[in-house]
Design a protein around this ligand. Sequence first.
Ligand SMILES: Nc1ncnc2c1ncn2[C@@H]1O[C@H](COP(=O)(O)OP(=O)(O)OP(=O)(O)O)[C@@H](O)[C@H]1O
Ligand SMILES: O=P(O)(O)OC[C@H]1O[C@H](OP(=O)(O)OP(=O)(O)O)[C@H](O)[C@@H]1O
Ligand SMILES: [Mg+2]
Length: 279
Amino acid sequence: MLRIAVPNKGSLSETAAEMLQEAGYTGRRDPRALSALDARNDVEFFYLRPRDIATYVGSGALDVGITGRDLLLDSRSEAQEISTLDFGESTFRFAAIPGRFTELADLEGVRVATSYPGLVGDFLARHGVSVTMVSLDGAVESAVKLGVADAVADVVSTGSTLRAQGLEIFGPVILDSTAVLISASPQLPGISTLQRRLQGVLVARQYVLVDYDVPREHLEAATRITPGLESPTLSPLHDPNWVAVRSMVPRSDANDVMDALHAVGARAILVSAIHAARI
Ligand SMILES: Nc1ncnc2c1ncn2[C@@H]1O[C@H](COP(=O)(O)OP(=O)(O)OP(=O)(O)O)[C@@H](O)[C@H]1O
Ligand SMILES: O=P(O)(O)OC[C@H]1O[C@H](OP(=O)(O)OP(=O)(O)O)[C@H](O)[C@@H]1O
Ligand SMILES: [Mg+2]
């Protein structure tokens, strides 16, 4: 039985649960339950704070987990990233009052507030800068205004929290983060099935199927627009001068692809969603 750690709250929890459901797993029915058994898929889910997941997985108490790359690195756990999950994207940045600091070296000796002291401490040590770390639990953007720090290091997504506190990012990117699948024993039976299923959900979310008919003389031009993952599927039509084509294209490109296909002579261009996939 594979034991899987899933975020119980916060930014990653909803999408993680949705992806597992789309991948065919049965999660918790009671939103407050701490664990749920999915006997049909031979897995058990444990709903934990996102920050604690790397600790459980790194110690081997749980086999695999979904968390943020930033949280994994901050924990300094033994668990490794085994795949990225393409949600919960954020960057980790330094910020301060505009003009106060311009580069990393300016932080030497000043107070830096963060709720990721492991991640920030390791980054500063690699760059030979030493600061007074102020460890907070969250809402660190308030630390400058309230006078407990000179700069902050935190998760930035849209940047609106920083702006609202009159702060501006400066210095190098500390980390580009995303939700990841982590494990300390990636060879365990069952992990590759979980990985393939989640990968299938990502493909189903990120790609659509495009079908169209095209005159044979324009087939080369059309299939250059829709090369597919391996190669597009071709089917003969009753009219020998025409051929039907099916291919996967990134969802975000669907309208551009339809315009381009139409321009090279394709017709009856149809786009449909993919419900599930194994690539
Ligand atoms: N605004 C955001 N947009 C995208 N990802 C985010 C955002 N805030 C946090 N994350 C990501 O989510 C993960 C942390 O989750 P979250 O902030 O929800 O947990 P937490 O701070 O421990 O919990 P809480 O905020 O509920 O106290 C990190 O991987 C982080 O990069
Ligand atoms: O760039 P933005 O789009 O504004 O998002 C970034 C904010 O989101 C997260 O906060 P969260 O809601 O998790 O609160 P926390 O700081 O208490 O963890 C993060 O810690 C930042 O504060
Ligand atoms: Mg948070």
